[in-house]
Ligand binder design. Sequence first.
Ligand code: C2E
Ligand code: MG
Ligand code: MG
Ligand code: MG
Length: 291
Amino acid sequence: AAARRRPGRVARYQAKMESGGALALLLIGELADALRHGDLVLHYQPQVDLRSARVFAVEALVRWQHPKYGLLGPGAFIPAAEQSGLIGPLTQYVLDRALAQNARWHRDGLDLTVAVNLSARNLLDPHLVDHVSAALGRHGLDAGTLELEITESSAMVDPRRCIQVLTRLATMGVTLSVDDYGTGHSSLAYLQRLPVTRLKIDQSFVTNMVSDQPSAAIVRSTIELARNLHLDVVAEGVENDETLLALRDMHCPGVQGYGLGRPVPPPQVPELITRIESRIPEILRSHRPSA
Ligand code: C2E
Ligand code: MG
Ligand code: MG
Ligand code: MG
C-alpha cells in the first residue's frame, strides 16, 4: 500500500526488474546445470592484519564461468539464486569447493582460514550446521580454518533463529563475521547478542573515507565501537595506500581491498600473499602515523 502511494518508486523498481530481470531469468534456468558441471569457480581475496602485516584469511568470492557470457560476477546470479531456492545448493557447492581448496593449501604448508559468504536464506535452513560440519569432516579440516560471513541485514530476518544457528556454529569453532556492516539497521543491543568475532565495515564508507568526512567519521566510530565490544574489525574496499594509512591512524586492525589485492584464482593466491606481506611494512614505514 505504501508503494502504491508512491508511483515513482514502483516504476523505478519495475524498470530495474526489466533491465536486469531478463538475463537473471535466463541464467536461473541454467544455474542448476552449472552447479552440476562445476562451472562456478571461486576467486580468493586476502584479508590482512595491519598490526602484524600478515594475511590471516582469504575470502572466497564466487564467479560463473559461463560458456556464452564469460566470467559473471555474483551480482548477476546470486539474487536470482536467492529467489529461486537454488541458494542452498549454491552455498553447499561454494563451501565444498572452498574447503577442498583450503585442504590443498594446508597440505602445501599454507595455514589459511577461508571465509565463505552466506545468504539470509542459508541461515533459515535447518540443515546448515550439519552441512558445514559434514563439509569440514569430508576435507579433514578443523572448524577454526573456516569463517562464515553473514550480512548485517540477513541477521535481521529472524533474529531468534539467527542467534541459535550462529551459536551452534560458534560452538563448533567456526569464526563468524558480520559483513557489509553499516548498511543494515541492526541495533547494538542485538549485535552484541550474536556470537560473532568480527565486523566488516562496508566498502561504501571505506572507499570514500579519505575525501568524505562523514564516511571517515562512520569508519572511525565503528572501529571504536567494535573495540569496546571486543570485536575484531576488517575495513573492506581499501583501494589505495592513502586509505590504508588513514585506517592505520585510526588503529583499524584489519583491511581488505583492491589496493592490497583483487580476488584471484587459487594458483595466484600464494604469490599474492607474499607480495602483500612484503608491501604492507613498506607502505607503513614510508609514512609515520599522525599524532
Ligand atoms: P562481499 O562479501 O561484501 O564481498 C566484497 C565484494 O567487494 C567483492 O565483490 C569484492 O570483489 C569487492 N571488492 C573487494 N575489494 C574492493 C575494493 O577495494 N573496491 C571495490 N569497489 N570493491 C571491492 P564480488 O566478488 O563481486 O561479490 C559481491 C557480493 O556478492 C559479495 O559482497 C557477497 O555479498 C556476494 N557473494 C560473493 N560470493 C558469494 C557466495 O559464494 N555466496 C553468497 N551467498 N554471496 C556471495
Ligand atoms: Mg563477504
Ligand atoms: Mg562486504
Ligand atoms: Mg557486499
